[in-house]
Design a protein around this ligand. Sequence first.
Ligand code: URA
Length: 213
Amino acid sequence: MSDLDEHVTHVNHPLVQHKLTIMRDKETPTAVFRQLLREISQLLAYEVTRGLPMTTKRIDTPMQAMDAPTLDGKKLALISILRAGNGLLDGVLELIPSARVGFVGLYRDEETLEPVQYYFKVPEGLDDRLVIAVDPMLATGNSSVAAIDLLKQAGATNIRFLCLLAAPEGIARMKEAHPDVPIVTAAIDEALNDVGYIIPGLGDAGDRMFGTK
Ligand code: URA
């Protein structure tokens, strides 16, 4: 891991970077893309949950009693920003199976690039939970900012954002709108093109993972 600043963590780990390169390759088939996304999600989940509050509980090992570390507080909430968020969600859920899960449905108006909401369903008690919002591509930042606006309106106060690729423009937009929301990403790419795609990127993450076009 390398901490760029306290707002953005770039997970510059050999396994993550190797898998990401295969995902970027346009020849990589859908099934392989999906499997790699699941694997990277688990590695990223490890980073995004760093520093979670801990407590201890008394247990008996076969040898003796001990006060052993265990996660403290309410179950965390994973929020998938549809539809591409579901690809990250699956892997993170495998690592944190007791997490509560919510969905924010936003599509990008292809002309204005502005997000339009079509679905919102989140777990109760967001104010007491660590909320991890997941979306593979932090591009313009418009939909991420809008999703986090909605989560804050629903009571969330402790939010982290997990993505696969981030454009500098998206990071800047998130930093400006939500400086309290740390970002964890596998890569920071060069820029956006004129239709809001990340360059060099990996194309449309939803299309790549679901095999649509
Ligand atoms: N969404 C994607 O799926 N890809 C991009 O490059 C930008 C936004």
